[in-house]
Design a protein. Structure first.
Length: 206
C-alpha cells in the first residue's frame, strides 16, 4: 500500500474538524459525543482517533485553525511599509472571525471553549498560549504606531496590546447571543470610538 500523502492527511483533518465544529455549534460541547462526530464526518472511530485523541484535542485544533488565520492577517499588516489605521486592522480581524465558515458557528463555539477552559487545565494552557502569541503580535504593531507618533509612546505597548487582544472575545461573546451584532456593526462602532478627538471621522464602512 502506498504511503498516505501529507495533502491527504491535511484534507482528512479538515474534514473531521469541520464536522466537529458543526456538532459543537449545534448541540453544545458536552451534549456532543465522539459518536456524533463520527456520524457527522462519515468516518469510522478508528479514522477519527487516528488524528485526534478526543474532544479537547478537536477543540484545540479548531482554535489553532482560526488563530492561524488571524495571525496571518495581522502579520501581513505588520510587515507592510505603512501599516493601516488601527481601527482598520482590528476591523479586518473581526471580519475574519465573522466570515464563512466562522460566523455565528465560531461565536457559539468560542463561548463554550472559554467555559471549558476553566475545567480543563490542558485546554486552558493551549488557549492561554494562543492569547499570549496574539498579544505579542499586537504589541509589535503598537510599537510601530508608537515609533510613527500615532500612539503615545509613554504607555507600555503590552498594556495597549491587552486591550486589543480583548476585542475579538468581546465581539464573539455578543455575536453568540445577539442577532443584531455583526462584524460591520462592531467595526463601525469601534472606528467611531477610535476617531474621537482625532478629527479623523468614523472609520470607513466595510
Amino acid at each position: 500500500m502506498p504511503p498516505v500523502s501529507e495533502r491527504y492527511r491535511d484534507a482528512r483533518r479538515r474534514q473531521i474538524t469541520k464536522a466537529a465544529r458543526r456538532c459543537f455549534a449545534r448541540a453544545g460541547f458536552h451534549a456532543t459525543s465522539m459518536q456524533d462526530v463520527f456520524a457527522e464526518s462519515g468516518l469510522s472511530a478508528g479514522a477519527v482517533y487516528g488524528y485526534f485523541a478526543g474532544k479537547d484535542d478537536l477543540i484545540g485544533a479548531i482554535i489553532e485553525e482560526v488563530v492561524s488565520e488571524i495571525a496571518a492577517a495581522l502579520d501581513s499588516v505588520i510587515e507592510t511599509e505603512s501599516p493601516l489605521p488601527l481601527g482598520e486592522v482590528v476591523g479586518q480581524i473581526i471580519h475574519v472571525l465573522d466570515s464563512p465558515p466562522n460566523g455565528g458557528e465560531l461565536a457559539r463555539l468560542a463561548v463554550q471553549v472559554w467555559a471549558e477552559a476553566g475545567r480543563s487545565p490542558e485546554l486552558s494552557t493551549r488557549l492561554s498560549g494562543h492569547y499570549r502569541k496574539m498579544r505579542a503580535r499586537f504589541a509589535n504593531l503598537v510599537q510601530r504606531y508608537q515609533r510613527d507618533g500615532i500612539i503615545d509612546p509613554d504607555v507600555h505597548s503590552h498594556y495597549i496590546a491587552q486591550v486589543l487582544t480583548a476585542l475579538a472575545p468581546a465581539f464573539l461573546s455578543q455575536r453568540a447571543l445577539l442577532d443584531d451584532v455583526s462584524a460591520d456593526t462592531f467595526t463601525q462602532g469601534l472606528g467611531a470610538l477610535l476617531a474621537m478627538g482625532t478629527g479623523q471621522g468614523a472609520m470607513s464602512r466595510q
